[in-house]
Design a protein around this ligand. Structure first.
Ligand code: SIN
Length: 539
């Protein structure tokens, strides 16, 4: 085995989606950037994004209208200052993606952007590259970033824990991370002036999700462990329409289909959204996902159906090239038949609390993209506002990190595996992984209750105790690191949900079916003591 190394850099970026790569490109103008990513550089949630980036780019739209739609969808919890700054900086960031990185956004014959429409938006404002926007953005960002000499990309490396000055008896500040080289099993240390979490979300906490396998809540849990504030974890967004097919692993049927007239129907062909909202198929996602959940319970069917056949084959093949091809692979011709769809976990609206520069409460630790909680989304994220947020806050953080003053101890305490021995009990990890995801799906899903949440907390506490024992007694493996993070993220979601005694946006509890003005505030958790802080057990 090769010896451990210490790598020095100005900016350590954890994660390689839109937020991480855009930050790296901008920050490389004033410092060395090291990007650490768990798998390949393109194995990020951004790659799977179909619809696009929401921004005000047409004459019939306005910044005020974009802000109003975002705030309405956010059900009373958006931070208006953050909403206003995000929507106002959006158009310039989109132009930068097109001009500096060459992202070929789809245009109409007259050269104007061909904008999409999605739930919650009252105007067409989603700029896109056909229906594979995320993949196109990633291609162009990776191409640019890999040519910048100041940037190093470390693929197949996992962050195990962030390095904190508090461990050395000093004022807390982050100065890097322990990283595990997956190919050799060697634990290296990265020392950085600023550390930027861009590690994405946590959809894998649920059994059914649109997210890639990498989305296990790593950033949220490692930040929480060193004392960062985490907010609003109970607001987990379920996308209403994933393809329902046993062979299709988490393929999204973009909301843009409903934007172009797709109608949700029961198996017998009855359209049902009018009974749930006057905005019908274009109601915010929490409303549509709950409506589908309720229909599936009423009919006992395994899915509902999204019918867009009336738009005609020519339009559909051109507008939804990717979705048309993918669904056809599973034997569904969307030009002739409705698509079977079900809701699935999609986006973590909560995350590591940051200010308007992406800075956390821990000096020199930043969070950007889905891992963060900026206050933009409130209790329900409006479609395509997430890539917008990632861009705007990555750009802002790249400006702010240059002000960070380096902190580092005189001598670094190396990673200790204690009396660890190699484990042959991978089955324990697999079992716990599965149990967490099932528990979350069954008890902490679209519709919650006090009893279900209590049961979930009980199960997760037991699993967490087991992981703690297991984690410290055996050699650390990538699977174990992910399981530990998955369990803590699940714990924070349930903990938040148990403390919000109301229904609002994405959090619906049948024991408190109405919103309460008392809870028109964020749930903020910090490891340790205090009235609103989860008491630390062992994290
Ligand atoms: C979609 O294409 O429906 C996903 C867009 C989003 O989640 O913002």
């Amino acid at each position: 085995m090769r010896p451990s190394t210490i790598i020095e850099t100005d900016y350590l970026v954890i994660g390689s989606g839109l937020a991480g790569l855009y930050f790296a490109a901008k920050a490389s103008a004033h410092g060395r950037v090291t990007i650490v990513t768990k798998r390949g550089v393109k194995d990020a949630t951004t790659t799977l994004a179909q619809a696009g980036v929401a921004a005000v780019l047409s004459d019939d739209d306005s910044l005020e209208q974009h802000a109003r739609d975002t705030i309405k969808t956010g059900a009373g919890l958006c931070n208006e200052k953050i909403v206003n700054l995000t929507v106002s900086e959006g158009p310039a960031r989109v132009s930068d993606l097109a001009e500096s990185f060459g992202v070929p956004f789809t245009t109409k014959a007259d050269g104007a952007y061909d904008l999409g429409l999605e739930g919650g938006h009252t105007r067409r404002r989603v700029v896109r590259v056909d229906d594979f926007t995320g993949a196109a953005i990633m291609d162009h960002l990776v191409e640019t970033v890999s040519k910048i000499p100041n940037i190093t990309i470390m693929e197949n490396h996992m962050v195990v824990d962030l390095l904190s000055m508090a461990k050395y008896g000093k004022e807390n500040a982050c100065f890097g991370a322990f990283i595990l080289d997956r190919s050799t099993g060697v634990m290296d240390t990265v020392i950085s002036r600023a550390t930027v979490l861009a590690s994405g979300g946590a959809g894998k906490v649920y059994l059914y999700t649109s997210n890639p396998d990498t989305a296990v809540g790593d950033g949220i849990s490692m930040a929480y462990r060193i004392g960062a504030e985490v907010s609003n974890m109970e607001f987990f967004q379920f996308h209403p329409t994933l393809l329902y097919n046993p062979k299709a692993k988490s393929f999204l049927i973009s909301e843009a289909l409903r934007g172009e007239g797709g109608i949700l129907k029961r198996a017998d062909g009855t359209a049902f959204m009018a009974a749930y909202s006057e905005m019908r198929e274009l109601a915010p996602r929490d409303v549509v996902a709950r409506a589908i959940d309720s229909e599936m319970k009423i009919t006992g069917d395994d899915s509902v159906f999204l019918d867009i056949t009336h738009r005609g084959a020519e339009f559909l093949k051109e507008r939804f090239t990717n979705i048309y091809k993918e669904t056809l692979r599973f034997g569904i011709d969307m030009t002739e038949q409705p698509i079977p769809v079900v809701p699935a976990a999609h986006y973590c609206c909560g995350g590591v609390q940051v200010d308007e520069w992406g800075a956390t409460n821990i000096p020199n630790l930043f969070a950007i993209g889905e891992v963060s909680h900026t206050g933009l989304h409130g209790a329900c994220r409006m479609a395509s506002n997430s890539l917008l947020e990632a861009l705007v806050f990555a750009g802002r953080a790249a400006e702010r990190v240059r002000e960070c003053e380096a902190h580092r101890p005189k001598e670094i305490i190396p990673w200790k595996s204690g009396h660890a021995v190699s484990s042959d009990e991978g089955v324990v990890v697999a079992h716990n992984w599965d149990e967490i995801r099932r528990t979350m799906w069954n008890y902490v899903g679209i519709v919650r209750s006090n009893r279900r949440l209590q049961r979930a907390m009980h199960r997760i506490n037991m699993i967490s105790d087991e992981i703690h024992h297991y984690y410290w007694n055996f050699l650390v493996t990538p699977e174990l690191i992910e399981l530990r993070n998955l369990a803590l993220t699940a714990d924070l979601i349930v903990y938040g949900a148990q403390r919000r005694l109301e229904s609002r946006g994405l959090h619906f509890n049948i024991d408190y079916p109405e919103a309460s003005p008392f809870y028109a505030r964020d749930t903020r958790l910090r490891r340790g003591n205090g009235p609103n802080h989860k008491p630390s057990r062992f994290w």
